[in-house]
Design a protein around this ligand. Sequence first.
Ligand code: NAP
Ligand code: SF4
Length: 666
Amino acid sequence: MSDHSSLYPNLMRPLDFGFLTLRNRILMGSMHTGLEEERGGHERLARFYAERARGEAGLIVTGGISPNLEGVVAWGGARLSMPWHKRGHESVTRAVHEEGGHIAMQILHAGRYAYTPFCVAPSSIKSPISKFQPRALSARGVERNIRDFVRSAKLAREAGYDGVEIMGSEGYLINEFIASETNQRTDRWGGDFDRRCRFPLEIVSRIREELGPDFLLIYRLSMLDLVHGGSDWSEVERLAQAVEVAGANMINTGIGWHEARIPTIATMVPRGGFRFVTSKLMGKVGIPLVTTNRFNTPEDCEQALADGCADMVSMARPMLADPEFARKSRQGRSDEINTCIGCNQACLDHVFSRKVASCLVNPRACHESTVNVPSQKDRAVAVVGGGPSGMSAALEWARAGAKVTLFERSGRLGGQFNLAKQIPGKQEFSETIRYFETHMAKEGVKVQVGVEATTELLASFEHVILATGVSPRAWQIPGSDRPEVVSYVDVLAGRVDVGRRVAIIGTGGIGFDVADYLTHDADAGGFMASWGVDESLVNRGGLAKSTRSKSYREVVMYQRSEGKVGGGLGKTTGWIHRTTLKQRGVVQHAGITYDRLDDEGLHVTLSDGTSLVQPVDHVVVCAGQTPYRPQALSHPRMVVIGGALNAQGLDAQRAIREGLESVASF
Ligand code: NAP
Ligand code: SF4
C-alpha cells in the first residue's frame, strides 16, 4: 500500500506523550451521536468508533459522558458514575484498540445547560437557551462534583480508555464557574478570576493525582467565549498555564458558548476560521495544543500545523462524513474523501431532536452495523438523473457489484447541488459532487452526460432507477406571467441580472438561500467582522461590534401560511439565517394573500387585512417543487427515488439516503 505521508508531513507526524504515542495529528473530536442512550447502542457505537480507528484517526474522543446524574445533557443521558456503567464502554474501547486506535472519554457536566429540572450551576442564573432555572451548588455540592469527575475518570481508565478529556468550554458547568456572569459565588469557588478557576484546576490536579502520570488528560479550554462577560485573552493564557501545571497533557480549543449568537461550526464559517485563536496560545504553554472548528480537508489541517497554529487538529463531523479521512490522507487520496459540508442536518439537528445522528453525505454513519447491501454482481443497471439521489444510487449499486450506466440530460452532474453551491457559504456542495464523480469513476460507472434517457435506451438494462428530481412549482396569480417574474433557478444559475427591489415568493430553505444570495453585499467585511468577532483578541469574550449593514437591495419575503417565517429551517442553523436576513434589512410577511402583479408592483393583502403594494424590479419564485418524472419513460423493473418520487419535504439528506436505500436495507 502506498504511503504519501510526505504530502502532509506535519499532519502525519506521530505525537509522543512518553507513555503513549498517537500515530498522527488527527483528533476525532467529541460528538454526541445519540447511540450512547439507545438500547444496544454501545455495540453500534463500538462499530462506529472501530471504523474510525481502522480509518487511522490518531485519537478518538467520545461524545460527552456525565460524571453524575445531575450533569447529564438531557434526561436519560449517558453517564459513567457507577461500576456497572463500564460494561458498554468496555466494548467500545476494546473495538478501538483491536483496530490499533486510541480513545479518550470526554467527561462533560452540562451544568445549567442540562435539560432537566434538576440542573445545577455555580449560581442560580438561568441560561437564555434553557427552560430550567439551575440550583446553585452548595460548597459541599461543589466538592462532591469534583469527586464525581475524579471517579468518572477512574472508571474510564478501568473501562479501557487511554485518557479523558475534561470539557471546560462551550458554556457547560466548568465554563460557568470560570465566567463572572454565571459565577456570583462569594465562597472559595467564586470571586476573582483565580478563585473562579479553582473548580477546573482542582478537577485536573485531583484526576492526575488519582490516576498517575501515564493516563492522557486533555483539557478543553474555552479560548473564545463569544458571550458578554467571557474571559479576556490574558485570563485564557493564565488558565492554560495553570491547567498545564495541574497536570494536563494537552489542551484542546473550545470556541463559543452554546448560547453565543455567532455561528462557530456551520457551513458559512470559513474553513479553519478560528485557528487564529489556538495560534495565539502557541508558545505560551509547554504541552501540545489542538485547534478546531470547520477543518474538513487534510490540506487545511496541514497548513494550520505548518504555520505553527497548533500541534494537532480536531475534527468531529468530518469523521462522520468519512471514517477513512486519516487513511486516505496518508495515502494521498484526498480527492476520495467524502467531505463534511458543515450543514448539521443529519448530525447535530438529529441529536437536538433526540434522534440518532447520521450524516447527510454518508447515510451509513452511526448505522454501520445495520446497513445491509446484498450483492448485485454483474447486474446491468441504469440510473436516470445525475443529481444527489441519482449519483448516490449509481455509486451504491456499483459498489454492490452492478454494471451501472448513469444518464444525465444536462451537461454536468450535480443537479440541485449546482444551484446550492452558488449560495455564499454553501460552496462546500461542490465537494460532494467531486466525491461522487471520483468514486463513480473508480467503480466503473459509465456516466453519460448530455444524454436524455429513452425507453428504447433503457430496454437493455435489467433494472432502472429513476432519479429525475424536481421541477420548480409554478406561481399563478393575475400578472404572474409578466417578465419580471423569474424562478430561483434562473437567479442562482446567473441568468438574471436581478434589480434592486425584489419580492421573494416562498420562505422555505430556497427562499432563504435566495434572499441570502441577493443581500450578500451587506457582509462586505467578511465573516468575522460581520458577526462581530474580535480577531485581535483584545476584547472580553472575543466580541466586537458587527460591521454588517443593510443590503442595498430592498428584499421582501412572503408566505401565505401563518406562523414563524423560517420556522422550518434546520434546528441548529435556522437562527443563523433568520438573524442574518433581519440584520441585512430583509422584510418578511406571513399570513398574506397574493392579489396581483401589475405596473405598480406586487399587491398583497397582509394578515391584518390591510393592502400593501411593493414596487418591484423582480419577483423571484421560490414556491417549492413538484416531482419531475418523464411520462414517456417506462421499464418493467423501474424504481423511483428522491424528488422524482416525492418532492414534499425533499432535502439532500433524503435524496442521498434514498440512493443508498435503493440497493440496501437498514
Ligand atoms: P419548501 O420548503 O417547501 O418551501 C416552499 C415555500 O413556497 C413555502 O414557504 C410555501 O409557503 C411557498 N409556497 C408553496 N406553494 C406555493 C404556491 N402555490 N404559491 C406561492 N407560494 C407557495 O421548498 P423549498 O424552499 O423549495 O425547499 C425545498 C427543500 O429543500 C426543502 O425540503 C428544504 O428543506 C430544502 N432546503 C434546505 C435548505 C437548508 O438550508 N437546510 C436550503 C435549501 C433547501 P406558503 O405555502 O405558506 O405560501
Ligand atoms: Fe457534516 Fe452535514 Fe454530515 Fe453533519 S450531516 S457530518 S455537518 S456533512
